[in-house]
Write a new protein. Sequence first.
Length: 472
Amino acid sequence: MYLRDNDERSSDVERPARCAYKHVFDAADETGADESPSVWRCPHPASGAADRCLFHRPVDETRSAAVTEALREAIADPERPSAFVGGTFERIDLAGLTLASDAPLDFRGAMVKGDIDLRDAALGGALRLDRVSVGGAVCMQRLDAPAAVVCRNLQVGGRWVLYGARFGERFDATGFSAGAVVATETRFEAGATFRKGVVDDGVSLAKARFGGPAWFSHTRLGGRLDLGNVTCDRRLSLAHCRVRGSIVATSATVGDGLSLEHLTVDGELDSTRLTVDGGIDATSAGFGGPVDCTGLTARDGTVDFTHSAFGGPVSFDNATVEGRALRFRSARFESGPASFVRATVAGGFDFSDAVCSADSPVRVVETTVGGSVVCDHARFGDEVFCSGVHVAHDVDFSDCTVESLVFGVEIEGRLDFAYTHVTDAAAFGDTVVRGPARFTSARFDADPTLTEATLGDTVAAYDMSVEPAGGQ
């Protein structure tokens, strides 16, 4: 039975001694900072001649089956609190358990040598696994937990499996660590926090649903992150994450913005058919492999890759950006083509100060830009190929360096080509400029065929030069 803090004894029934275990919450321990006292005393009766209960005795002094039976009995007893703070267990087996009570189930600070098994369990109250250390796996397949689940600083030596589980309130796993995480088809109805985590291998969230914000920022993964077909009604953040493998976000849907700032991915980013409302912030991100955003749909906000680095090919083919701008300002393209084929950008397209290596041609084909294109001070070490491109406002291509250029662009506004240097061929045969065009101090190392362009307004070409490399 539950033992009260006072030492009352019935006149005719002698109660067993209370467990002597006390848990002292550190002042910096977030798990006990709010609702918990600084010192917690175990409410359960001592076991036999020992001064501690079965849940706080060393595992080599108890039988696992007996501890499991006592644990289930204690949890089922409405007169006893389901609190096992700082307990030591060979394993925790609560598979299939159904609890109607809304009392919390509290294992904060526990040490579990083997597994925690909560498969097919149905909980009525909150679940606390803060600072629990698990040597094996944590199994939460098909767990139904309508109240809060808090796993802050949970340490899992093996896999953490949440396949098909449902969490009704916000799920908090800040500071967790695990060998791998499997949360496919899991429902986080109020969102989830997996911030500042460490995963030795990969994380699979395929087909998971987040009803609230999903935060994975500052988490380190040794393998792959699978977000394929994920639905996130609110914001999804991978900011400052370090992923040694690849990221898959094919056919995912994000409702209130995607945060990728300072993300580092060693492998591929596959986000084909990704749909995002609220913009994408990928400033200062680093991508070691290919970036495939084919079929991307981005509504509202800005798709921003300012100061990002791309180590492989980049594709925005058939992408639709309905927000304010698509930006690659000061981005670096180190290997492979950057492709924008049949893309639609409702706002501006910003490539200013970008640097493309000699192995990174840029292809813009049959693409429509509803605002202006800004590429000033960009450096293109390979070809820039534009064909069938329509720009509703202006194009600023000033102060650029280009290896070779095919400029098949129809511009409703102005073209600024001043101070740009084309070191190889430049073709303007399909160029149409309806506003003023400026080629002041532009330099071409081969005949730019400007006479074939259609220029509908004034043209400023003073100090423009056409001369072979070396000045001959």
